[in-house]
Write a protein that binds this ligand. Structure first.
Ligand SMILES: [Zn+2]
Length: 222
């Protein structure tokens, strides 16, 4: 088990109020996010299941993976989901100097922008969403990114889909129990997380759809 809690405690949100932890709303809206793609097969599977539930989401992509799989990245855009920056090489903020960290994020941003035709810039609402890999970001790095115009998106509910010590049923239960209006939920469209994610995601979508929730991309809100 990890020390990281499933539900982000209020103290963390208070300590870092400039980061986005959830969306304050009285409406039945959930913000699904998927980190670490694009990944062959798994990202496409995710796009299919989202489409079946008329759900929009936000994909925090690794620049290097976009370069390897541009056609999958295009599929995410085509389906109208939001894109976020998750660094070029999935680096750890706490082990990286602020200058190098920002350069790596800048590289990922260029990779993202390169994939989007200029004529489509308006349509796709190019956003400046950033999520730090492993949730690791120093206050200095955070300040600099916010000054550059990035919005730093953390989360409200961690699915722990990547954690092989967690049974897939528990992964699902965690998300069902901790999610509320305006929650930002973290899943991964990665090989490592696929077993738990592919079990939990369809059930999360069905469960909350039945309760009258809808699923939105973050670019329309933050
Ligand atoms: Zn990641």
């Amino acid at each position: 088990m990890s020390f990281t809690p499933i539900k982000t405690p209020w103290i963390a949100k208070k300590l870092f109020p400039n980061y986005i932890w959830d969306i304050s709303t009285t409406e039945k809206v959930i913000y699904l996010t998927f980190d670490d793609g694009p990944t062959p097969k798994i990202t496409n599977w995710t796009l299919d299941i989202l489409k079946q539930h008329n759900a929009k989401a936000t994909f925090f992509c690794i620049g290097n993976n976009i370069e390897k799989h541009p056609e999958i990245f295009q599929g995410i855009l085509k389906d109208g989901h939001a894109i976020g920056n998750h660094t070029q090489n999935h680096i750890r903020g706490w082990k990286t100097k602020a200058k190098d960290y920002l350069n790596n994020i800048g590289e990922a941003q260029e990779t993202i922008n390169f994939q989007i035709p200029q004529s489509k810039f308006q349509d796709f609402k190019i956003t400046n969403l950033f999520r730090p890999p492993y949730g690791q970001i120093t206050p200095k790095q955070g300040r600099k990114l916010i000054n550059l115009g990035y919005k730093i998106v953390m989360w409200d509910v961690l699915s722990f889909d990547w954690d092989h010590t967690i049974e897939k049923e528990n992964c699902l239960e965690n998300v069902l129990a901790k999610t509320s209006k305006g929650s930002i939920i973290v899943f991964h469209d990665s090989v490592k997380a696929s077993k738990n994610m592919q079990y939990a995601l369809p059930k999360v979508l069905a469960h909350f759809s039945e309760k009258g929730y809808c699923f939105k991309a973050l670019n329309s809100t933050v």
